[in-house]
Design a protein around this ligand. Structure first.
Ligand SMILES: Nc1ncnc2c1ncn2[C@@H]1O[C@H](COP(=O)(O)OP(=O)(O)OP(=O)(O)O)[C@@H](O)[C@H]1O
Ligand SMILES: [Mg+2]
Length: 167
């Protein structure tokens, strides 16, 4: 797992801009981390990177939202926090979102195991590092080789720690 500091939302956004082009359309992204760690903020940044105009917030009345992306595909945002009392029922509703591809799942549970079988999954672990900073752990799917993961870690570290060029 690659672990990096994220000081501020701008650093998260720069990381997401590097990471999103690496997602294959069928990939699933499991978002782990406590309340307020930045999971929804990350999904919103990913959606913007993919050209989604709609404001992405936590789905309130459903467990998931799907947004059309500029490349003709989609990104799905699943939040299982409110359904954690009945994870099996929630998992039963998710297949269409996973089939549509690029599904980001907040609060994933063991109940997803059979649904995730055969799918290519990234694990992103967000954590608090003080009031205005976070850390992110990145677990790439099996298709990413060790050499590719090392190169990726270098690019992501540069993206998250560099100040944006002023103009
Ligand atoms: N990298 C970051 N640095 C500083 N603040 C951040 C960062 N990422 C997110 N935040 C801030 O943390 C707050 C909570 O973010 P967010 O709602 O995305 O968390 P969450 O993990 O989705 O929480 P929940 O588990 O309640 O759904 C927001 O105010 C957001 O701006
Ligand atoms: Mg959230």
């Amino acid at each position: 797992m690659i672990r990096l500091p994220l000081v501020g939302v701008a650093a998260l956004e720069r990381l997401v801009r590097e990471l999103v082009p690496l997602l294959a359309r069928g990939d699933v992204v499991l978002l782990e981390g406590p309340v307020g760690a930045g999971k929804t903020t990350l999904v919103a940044a990913a959606a913007r990177t993919l050209g989604v105009d709609a404001a992405v917030g936590s789905p309130t009345y459903t467990i998931a939202h799907r947004y059309e992306t500029a490349d003709g595909g989609s990104i799905s945002h699943v939040d299982l926090y409110r359904s954690r009392d009945d994870p099996e029922a929630a998992a039963a509703d998710l297949e269409p979102y996973l089939d549509a591809g690029r599904a980001f799942i907040e609060w994933p549970t063991q109940a997803l195991a059979s649904l995730l079988e055969g799918r290519s999954c990234w694990t992103l672990q967000l954590d608090h590092a003080g009031p205005a900073a976070r850390t992110i752990g990145i677990g790439p799917p099996a298709r990413v080789t060790t050499a590719e993961a090392i190169a990726l870690a270098g690019r992501l570290l540069a993206a998250t720690t560099s100040e944006p060029a002023s103009s």
